[in-house]
Design a protein around this ligand. Structure first.
Ligand code: CMC
Length: 387
């Protein structure tokens, strides 16, 4: 391999030192800043988790009140940005609009900002976390030609997003606490996951000293793909395709057939080889949610049957393939009346505090080294015609 180590997909390269997220894939452990994910998901709100990631510690009661208020006040976007949404064609994908919208923030909120000054970049960080749900909801509604709904200062972070997505202008709508809790938990479970593809993208952009809006916009691009943030949408599409319990066996057989490219979506993980702790938490949430709101029971039956077979089948056991977070999140999001093309956007809202905290961690290093891998060149050399 010549002078360099060839590490395709960087499976054995640590690209940074970090104090943010700890994962033990064999034990099924996930911690943000030392706190176990089940504690954070069950006892804390997503905003607490965002505060923890950004500030390295959980907020006190007063800090929490201040942070919630600050997030509400910052949730509005510059009125001039609305023209951006008008420019896209009907049915434009919300991920494309979201990525463009975050990039455009740099044109509205960038003058005189010194991105090496911690006070200023912390402000940018909070601005991004607060405005992303608004840009996300506007992206969705404008893609369908629906009137946009402004943030409501009387609602909390997660409730506000659901309201901007599902509401009607000037009409009060009540959202069930269990719906808000379910979405809030989904945000928390997505908040960070160490050096995954999109986070690595954010860090790489940051390493060139570009500003955070550019870095987060690039992260959104990386998350869009079906191998990453697009997976939960594929789970739902696959459950719909299977359609009924009596067809499950046929698809399990196909998933095990090495000559068939079919894979069971929502199963397996690069790091978790015992169970995905996020999946266990979501499974409980799904059961609780089903008691209060309607979840497509046919799809749940199909999902349960797949799980039942896979967890007792030698093929899946020997390869340590267990349901991952995406296996459960799609059904929950669907029950919350969130359309499939918004699933990756939900992932973005959750992951933003993680991305921006990783951006800050990189900035806090005494020196920043530009991300610049080498390659193994396989093409021709010295074939220029000689005169
Ligand atoms: N269905 C059937 N067989 C599978 C599956 C599956 N979902 N996943 C892995 N295998 C088999 C695979 O064929 C291989 O078998 P063998 O050793 O006989 O060749 C073995 O298990 C190891 O798989 P791998 O592809 O080498 O494992 P990986 O770590 O490279 O891939 C994965 C991990 C998540 C990409 C993969 O399990 C997969 O494609 N799962 C389905 C897609 C999915 O649910 N993705 C969401 C991931 S979690 C959210 C996120 O991180 O964004």
């Amino acid at each position: 391999t010549g002078m360099f180590t060839f590490d395709r997909g960087y499976t054995s390269t640590a690209s940074c030192r970090s104090r943010i997220t700890f994962i033990d894939g064999d034990k099924g452990q996930l911690m943000y800043r030392g706190y176990d994910i089940s504690y954070l998901a069950q006892e804390r709100t997503f905003l607490d988790v965002a505060y923890l990631l950004l500030n390295k510690e959980l907020p006190t009661i007063e800090q929490r009140v201040d942070f919630c208020l600050e997030m509400k006040k910052r949730s509005f976007i510059h009125e001039g940005m609305k023209k951006l949404f008008d420019a896209f064609p009907d049915n434009a994908h919300p991920m494309a609009i979201l990525s463009a919208g975050v990039s455009a923030l740099s044109t509205f909120y960038f003058e005189h900002i010194d991105i090496d000054n911690p006070d200023e970049y912390m402000e940018m960080a909070k601005r991004i976390v607060a405005k992303i749900p608004t840009i996300a909801a506007f992206s969705y509604r404008s893609s369908l030609g629906l009137p946009i709904i402004y943030p409501d200062l009387d609602r909390g972070f997660t409730e506000n997003f659901l309201y901007m997505l599902r509401g009607y202008p000037h009409k009060h709508i009540d959202l069930k606490p269990i719906e808000i809790k379910a979405l809030d938990t989904i945000f928390t479970l997505h908040a960070d996951h160490e050096q995954n593809a999109s986070t690595t993208t954010v860090r790489n952009v940051a390493s060139t000293h570009a500003h955070p809006y550019a870095a987060i916009s690039a992260g959104i691009g990386a998350l869009w793909g079906r191998a990453h943030g697009g997976a939960n949408e594929s789970v739902i599409r696959q459950l719909e395709m299977i359609g009924s319990v009596d067809r499950v066996d046929e698809f399990i057989k196909r998933a095990k057939d090495k000559d068939d490219p079919f894979r069971l979506m929502g199963f397996g993980h690069r790091v978790y080889k015992n169970f995905d702790p996020r999946a266990n938490i979501l499974k409980k949430i799904r059961t609780e949610l089903m008691k209060e709101i309607e979840i497509d029971s046919k799809l749940v039956e199909v999902a349960n049957r797949i799980e039942e077979i896979a967890l007792t089948d030698d093929y899946f056991i020997s390869r340590k393939l267990y349901p991952n977070i995406d296996f459960y999140s799609g059904l929950i999001l669907q029950a919350l009346k969130i359309p499939k093309e918004m699933f990756a956007v939900i992932f973005v809202i959750g992951r933003t505090p993680g991305w921006i905290s990783q951006w800050i961690e990189l900035k806090e290093q005494p020196t920043i080294k530009i991300a610049r891998p080498r390659q193994l060149y396989l093409g021709p050399v010295d074939i220029t015609p000689k005169h």
